[in-house]
Design a protein around this ligand. Structure first.
Ligand code: ZN
Length: 85
């Protein structure tokens, strides 16, 4: 796949390069990890930028029913509270 070009980071002005990242989305009581998402990642601050089509595809995944999802594997996620606040 051809790498996309990204503008410099909006926040820090750093160089943004395309990488494959894992994205964890949390919406409507559901948590989904989407693997190998092409994103522009700022080399200085780590901010991520997604192209419209990539973002739309992630939104589509979050709206999909259980049956429509192509689940590769499942993770166990520990839920903890702070000991003191
Ligand atoms: Zn940055």
């Amino acid at each position: 796949m051809k790498k996309r070009e990204y503008a410099d980071c909006y926040f820090c002005g750093g160089q943004v390069r395309e990488k494959k990242v894992d994205v964890i989305r949390h919406w409507d009581g559901r948590i989904i990890m989407i693997e190998d998402v092409p994103a522009g990642v700022c080399e200085q601050c780590g901010e991520r930028y997604y192209w419209g089509a990539v973002s739309e595809e992630m939104d589509r995944i979050m709206r999909a029913s259980e049956g429509e999802l192509q689940v590769k594997r499942e993770l166990r996620v520990p839920v903890v509270a702070l000991a003191a606040t």
